[in-house]
Design a protein around this ligand. Structure first.
Ligand SMILES: [Zn+2]
Length: 339
């Protein structure tokens, strides 16, 4: 029998995971019970909800489910539990580095304001990192449905906490709303403060949204970016500049960006030399975690173990992990492939 290497043992970095979206389904049920929250049926069915975010209504439904789940995070203990469990799940899937992304605005009202929310989140990340041994950092993500001035405020806040574990600044929510360039000042503040620019683009809308992230926000990484596959010149640009795309195959299929796992253009990006960091995005809603994304590359796109190892290297190189952490993970990847 042919020996198949275990993908949960392949060291990798996880660069695209949202805060509430990282929650274990069982934890959501427990927290809902604790606070007497009646969850939408789609969140209690025991299987991932059927979503289709390719139109605004579908996206709105996805956001509503996300908001319902978030409403169950009310106390610092809930935040600590969420982050610790996210770290545990990542370790189980072979992650050696996790960058988790959060918009503190959404948590601030229940946690006593923006500053307390950020402090509670960063303390939780510190604690989870110590308890699990997993290197962890935070990306602060602005919401493109809100006013660009809110994004600037967030960028300043993120910069202020750069030495406490914030490494990047993102932009999430519906790409069809507003223009990337509306947020150019916020991203300038973040970049000048030493943060990595990692906005979402090329998920719900096509290659133009990826170009906007590069031109207007000077993105160093792109959240998703898969739709760049529709434009060979853009692929060339991403490859030349080694801009890592945080590709989330299970999420793409769950949200209807692509019909089937085999339709996610992993091969196209890989062959074009665009670095990728596979990510789970919102495992709570999409039903699969980090290693499963590599499994999709293996099963539906015939990535060999050598190619899967290269994908893992790309995730590490695209991360904000310090040199020594990267070196250790890269050595671990070589070891995985050699045995
Ligand atoms: Zn995302």
């Amino acid at each position: 029998m042919e020996h198949v290497r275990d993908l949960t043992l392949l060291p990798k970095a996880h660069l695209h995971l949202h805060f509430t979206g990282s929650m274990r389904p069982s934890t959501l049920l427990e927290l809902a019970d604790k606070y007497g929250v009646r969850l939408p049926d789609a969140l209690t069915a025991g299987e991932p909800p059927k979503l289709r975010a390719t139109d605004e209504r579908g996206w709105f439904r996805f956001q509503r489910l996300y908001d319902a789940a978030r409403s169950c995070l009310r106390e610092p203990d809930d935040i600590r539990r969420l982050v610790r469990e996210a770290a545990e799940e990542d370790v189980r899937d072979g992650s050696g580095w996790l960058e988790i992304q959060v918009d503190p605005t959404s948590y601030a009202p229940l946690l006593g304001g923006m500053i307390p929310a950020v402090e509670i989140i960063l303390d939780a990340v510190d604690a989870a990192s110590r308890e699990t041994g997993l290197g962890m950092r935070v990306l602060i993500a602005a919401n493109r449905m809100k006013h660009p001035l809110d994004a600037r405020t967030l960028a300043r806040l993120a910069v202020r906490y750069a030495d406490r574990g914030i490494v990047g600044f993102g932009l999430s929510n519906d790409e069809r709303r507003g223009m990337a360039r509306d947020f150019d000042r916020a991203f300038a503040i973040a970049r000048e403060g030493g943060l990595l620019a990692a906005p979402h683009g090329g998920e719900l809308t096509g290659p133009a949204s990826v170009r906007d992230c590069l031109d207007d926000l000077h993105a160093a990484r792109i959240g998703h970016g898969v739709r760049a596959a529709e434009d060979p010149r853009l692929l060339g640009r991403l490859a030349d500049r080694q801009i890592t795309c945080e590709v989330c195959p299970a999420s793409n299929v769950a949200l209807g960006v692509y019909e089937r796992p085999e339709d996610v253009p992993l091969r196209t990006l890989f062959e074009a030399g665009v670095p990728m960091a596979l990510g789970a995005d919102d495992p709570l809603l999409f039903g699969s975690r980090l290693a499963a994304q590599y499994e999709i590359a293996r099963r539906y796109h015939a990535f060999t173990d050598a190619e899967l190892a290269e994908l893992a290297r790309q995730s590490v190189r695209g991360s904000a992990a310090p040199e020594d952490v990267q070196a250790k993970l890269l050595a671990g990847i070589d070891h995985w492939l050699a045995t």
